[in-house]
Design a protein around this ligand. Sequence first.
Ligand code: 3SL
Ligand code: MG
Length: 241
Amino acid sequence: MLIEVLPSANLSVLPYLQNKIVIVIDVLRATSTMVTALANGCQAIIPVLTPEEAIEKRLMIPGALLGGERKAIKIEGFDLGNSPFDYVPEKVGGKRIIMTTTNGTRAIRAAAEAPHVWMASFLNLQSIILSLYRHLESNRNLEGILIICAGTEDRFDLPDTLCAGMLIDQLRLDLEVNDLAKAAMMLYSLAKDDLVNVIRSSDHARRLMELEFDRDIIYCCTQNILPIVPVLKEGEIVWLT
Ligand code: 3SL
Ligand code: MG
């Protein structure tokens, strides 16, 4: 099985999508927050590119909440930011959320043409792995797995790459990997015994700590606590069934 990792997402991912299962990772914080929202009873998340698109979409979905960030801060007039702690059951239970973030939702939208798009984070990695085994078994036409790290504004992002490395490290499949997949595994094996501190030292985590989002980082580094695989289905992110 071919497994490739891309360092960031924009429309340049398009040539890689055919016959692939795509896994989008934005550890800090979009995919971690999405998994949390679904675990807390949110009905669906609709990823959009801009705050304006979000506001326009809400006109067609009465009762939907607006969520997301720019420069890590909640967008003015939105109901929720991009902290997983915003997405508590009392706020998101039974709701659809229209969400826009700087990197995560952009990566998901860039991947939308792929036949299968899933969202991963440390929180749900074990469920991703178990679902991959089942899915590959029943979809023999798939040619490989493409992991798209959301990256940070088109640049390499250490937390996303470490999560990709852990995913590949724990996949018990006969794998052919690209160079970044190899590098991700190497980085993960160097960092795994001190993962939280390595992630706290990354560029984006330092920025989040300046904004007092330290507990978000610790939460987003927690492994395998949410048994959920979010999947993009007709433009909405829902549980894989
Ligand atoms: O870029 C994104 O999608 C965000 O998750 C970034 S932040 O952690 O909210 O700054
Ligand atoms: Mg990120």
